[in-house]
Design a binder for this molecule. Structure first.
Ligand code: SAM
Length: 183
């Protein structure tokens, strides 16, 4: 039986991946949508990829904003290790892949990009988003990609109801790209 692929191609780059991480055999189509339409990240400051997996979003942020520091977090240790490894292989010295508990508490993020972990369940997802959205700078923005079948529209409504003005920036193939403001 052929072994599963252990690499995915992200534009001109090849990223190492693994069967133990999210979408380890191909780049997730939602992630592709986010990377296709998200506005350019700020040139400086601290930027966050919430739920980095093997790192396709964090690596792209780090390449698009070489003068910023990109923080990539995931509760899956293998994912954190792969993101760190992929950053090193691509020579990205501005990317820090860590577990969420290791995040310096004083940091505030100019942007958050995320293909969030919908499958943790609504309550945990909401808690997680409130926690990290609460760490945006006053003029910061979060960009979240969520498929409509996974609750993209209801999440937008919930975020607005929770005081985070949320707009649908783009919608293609069922994927919603949400732009979320601080409370
Ligand atoms: C939908 S996947 C996206 C992975 C990657 N960003 C991508 O685009 O392929 C969501 C990720 O969130 C991670 N995750 C789950 N709970 C988390 C938490 N509490 N904090 C940070 N990451 C979490 C999962 O392990 C998973 O890797």
């Amino acid at each position: 039986m052929p072994s599963r692929p252990t690499e995915v191609v992200l534009g001109p780059d090849t990223l190492r991946t693994d069967r133990g991480v999210f979408s380890g055999d191909r780049i997730d189509p939602g992630t592709v949508e986010l990377l296709r339409v998200v506005p350019p990240p700020p040139a400086t400051g601290d930027l966050l990829d919430l739920g980095c997996g093997y790192g396709p979003i964090a690596v792209t942020m780090a390449k698009r904003s070489p003068g910023a520091t990109v923080w990539a977090i995931d509760t899956n240790r293998r994912a954190v290790a792969l993101t760190g490894e992929n950053a090193s292989r691509l020579g990205l010295t501005n990317l820090r892949a860590i577990e969420p508990d290791a995040m310096p508490p004083e940091l505030r993020f100019a942007v958050i990009w995320s293909n969030p972990p919908i499958r943790v369940g609504k309550e945990r997802l909401h808690q997680l988003l409130l926690e990290w959205l609460g760490r945006l700078t006053p003029d910061g923005r979060a960009y979240l990609v969520v498929h409509k079948h996974l609750g993209g529209d209801s999440l937008a409504a919930w975020l607005s109801g929770a005081g985070h003005a949320t707009t649908k920036l783009a919608s293609r193939k069922g994927y919603r790209l949400l732009e979320v403001r601080p409370q």
